[in-house]
Design a protein around this ligand. Structure first.
Ligand SMILES: C[S@@+](CC[C@H](N)C(=O)[O-])C[C@H]1O[C@@H](n2cnc3c(N)ncnc32)[C@H](O)[C@@H]1O
Length: 511
């Protein structure tokens, strides 16, 4: 593979690394590829997963829930993948979110989020508490982002498809943590994805450097005092890494680098011609970038990455706090109560105080209330507020400012559609539920041949005695039923008279 590397890339890396280290670096391209998965601790503990796992796992040293698996094991072809128990993720790509140090209850932004590897990692750390805003500028990539959030059962995410500059007013000084997993020239991915080499030859490093500079400045405006930004790339070029951070620090004196010591150090000595403008940076910034981190494929078991942790001071900077701007969700017909205290799902659905001041929903919420009463033991929407966009109902995280004028793809967890007096629960609702939250469910063993047949979209024969039912429920077993595999939800079915009609969405089916 070393032969296929672009000559220009090889010459530059030789200049940066020096002859001896360059040889080791080059040798890494002929080593076997590494494979990683991250356990989705929003759904299962890593101990439980390790006990059930059909894969040969070994720990990724820098990621709490990350594991290497063996080539040929194909975790994407296992029912547990369809249950959202893990995300297949390159091991080095797990590092930035670990360094973001997200806590449940925080307000977190993933600015360049698609297809969602790091968003789902952040979500697992938030455990459904707090506000997670995920954004990507490319609408086609946002589709994959939404699907991954739904697959992994994320309940507290809002998905935007925006230019970051349009987010500034709404989110000025709002977030506690921001991840910028920046678009970059992708030099660190040449071993994993060979087509990255052709893309590298088409786009210049300078082109990406311009975008990265803008993204860093925009993120700084959306960060609260005392907040943290993690900036990451999967490339080696100092123009996209140390130079971005040094320039940012010179423009933002209220930010410091939090040194990362578990990886190789950033390279202040590369901030010079011909790659960067000689003498352009202050000595404070030059010193600080030594505390940023480089993940080298010849020094650890992962692909090439760069990560910088930027901490904003608590003092008054040039951005304001709070985020409660604008009024009235853009297309929301109805916004339920948002009292701040925990409400029951019934209360959330009834939507008291704010609902009185806002227009009634265009559709009646009664079918949704009936569904909740019949099917759900606990009230999963109580942590959010129910919003309706046309026929579609979402649970939006508490504390979110009005998203006035923004292109909102998902204003929260998609609950389902209210259509012609009926409620159709969404697939996202099933994936975000727990077995214990359902009053009527079916749990198939992963070894049961019906598990795979369900994932293929087939109708199943299911005896009434196999249904798990709330002992207090006296109604007939007929109707919606949460289908699980080894106790983890994978979708809906409709049970009637010994048959389970399959509600697994066509686009998700096992092929
Ligand atoms: C490295 S990828 C992100 C990978 C993602 N964080 C993950 O872990 O799955 C960079 C993303 O940035 C998006 N992007 C490019 N320019 C952007 C911009 N100005 N604002 C927001 N997103 C942008 C791209 O569409 C791409 O999906």
């Amino acid at each position: 593979m070393t032969k296929q590397l672009p000559d220009l890339f090889k010459t530059k890396m030789m200049d940066l690394l020096g002859a001896e280290e360059f040889e080791q670096f080059l040798a890494s391209y002929d080593q076997a590829r590494l494979f990683g998965l991250r356990v989705n601790t929003a759904k299962i503990s890593k101990e439980e997963f390790a006990a059930r796992s059909p894969f040969t796992l070994s720990k990724v040293p820098w990621a709490a829930d990350g594991f290497y698996y063996q080539e040929g094991e194909r975790p994407g072809k296992h029912p547990y993948y369809h249950a959202g128990l893990y995300y297949i993720q390159e091991p080095s790509a797990m590092a930035p979110v670990e360094l973001l140090q997200v806590e449940p209850g925080e307000r977190v932004l993933d600015l360049c989020a698609a297809p969602g590897g790091k968003s789902t990692q952040i979500a697992a750390k938030m455990q459904g508490e707090g506000v997670l805003v995920v954004n990507d500028i490319h609408s086609d990539r946002v589709k994959a982002l939404v699907k991954n959030l739904e697959l992994l059962g994320v309940r507290n995410a809002v998905v935007l498809n925006e230019k970051p500059e349009r987010m500034l007013t709404v989110f000025n000084g709002y977030f506690d943590k921001i991840l910028i997993d920046a678009p970059c020239s992708g030099e660190g991915m040449f071993r994993k994805e060979e087509e990255m080499m052709q893309q590298w030859e088409r786009h210049s490093v300078q082109e990406f450097a311009v975008m990265q500079r803008e993204l860093l400045g925009q993120a700084a405006q959306m960060l609260a005092p005392g907040g943290r930004i993690v900036y990451s790339t999967c490339t080696f070029s100092p123009e996209e890494n140390e130079a971005q951070i040094a320039e940012f620090l010179d423009k933002h004196l209220d930010f410091n680098v939090v040194p990362v010591d578990q990886f190789s150090a950033g390279q202040p000595d590369w901030l010079r011609a011909p790659w960067c403008e000689e003498g352009a940076y202050s000595s404070r910034s030059m010193e600080a970038v030594a505390g940023t981190a480089r993940l080298w494929p010849h020094r650890l078991k992962g692909e090439g990455h760069y990560v910088a942790v930027l901490q904003r001071g608590l003092g008054r900077g040039d951005v304001g706090g709070g985020g409660d701007v604008g009024s009235g969700g853009r297309d929301a017909d109805f916004v339920s109560a948002s009292s701040g205290r925990k409400r029951s799902g019934r209360e959330a659905l009834r939507g008291k105080s704010r609902a009185d001041a806002t227009p009634r929903p265009a559709v009646s919420l009664e079918p949704l209330q009936a569904f909740v009463g019949e099917l759900l033991r606990s009230e999963p929407f109580a942590a959010g507020r129910l919003v309706c966009y046309g026929e579609h109902a979402y649970s939006s995280p508490e504390g979110l400012p009005e998203l006035h004028g923004l292109k909102v793809v998902r204003p929260g967890w998609y609950i389902g559609a209210l259509h012609r007096g009926r409620f159709e629960p969404s697939h996202a609702l099933a994936m975000g539920l727990r077995l214990r939250e359902a009053k009527r469910a079916l749990s198939l063993a992963s070894s049961d041949e019906r598990a795979l047949r369900y994932l293929k979209g087939e109708t199943l024969e299911v005896a009434e005695s196999e249904l798990i039912r709330d002992p207090e429920v006296t109604q007939a077993a007929k109707g919606y039923c949460l289908v699980c595999i080894d106790d983890h939800p994978v979708g809906w079915g409709k049970w009637h008279d010994g048959m389970l009609k399959n509600e697994y969405p066509p686009g998700w089916r096992w092929t």
